[in-house]
Design a protein around this ligand. Structure first.
Ligand code: DQA
Length: 147
């Protein structure tokens, strides 16, 4: 059976391509979804991308992934730096988790340097632009093939 990877995105990422393009680029979340779906097809993985501006909705999406996904790629946006609830939800998920940031958060304000999600993530990708999602997907394919 084809394994599914959920790609979860937090607050303001619905505006990807429009907000601060000098930091986040011109590609939209729909472009990310299309690129990851195409790559997933070559890797034998199905991809489902979601976005929410609400912390509780993201917690619910992580709970749903417990039954529906073999792995999670998550860009929690600003909730990266604040949300113990998202960390707790990810700790209740059994598969690999990869944290993606489009920008290099370590080059930016110091409040972006700490991530609660990194305590759970197998890997963290920052500063590769939207290609970071695809890098995470490739690594997940390697990990899942070994299980
Ligand atoms: C982000 C970095 C966060 O600090 C910021 O709040 C975002 C996007 C990134 O993808 O670079 O919304 O997660």
């Amino acid at each position: 059976m084809t394994k599914t990877v959920h790609i979860l995105n937090g607050p303001n990422l619905n505006l990807l391509g429009q907000r601060q393009p000098e930091i986040y680029g011109r590609e939209t979340l729909a472009d990310v979804e299309a690129a990851c779906a195409a790559l997933g097809a070559t890797l034998g993985l199905q991809v489902r991308l979601m976005q929410s501006n609400h912390e509780g909705a993201i917690v619910d999406q992580i709970h749903a992934a417990r039954h529906e996904a073999a792995a999670i790629i998550i860009n929690p946006g600003a909730l990266t730096h604040t949300s113990v609830a998202i960390l707790d939800a990810l700790n209740a998920f059994e598969g690999p988790v990869f944290e993606v940031h489009i920008s290099n958060v370590h080059k930016r304000e110091s409040f972006r340097h700490h991530s609660f999600v990194s305590l759970r993530a197998e890997g963290v990708i920052a500063g590769l632009g939207t290609e970071g999602y695809q890098a995470a997907l490739r690594r997940i394919a390697t990990l899942l093939a070994a299980t």
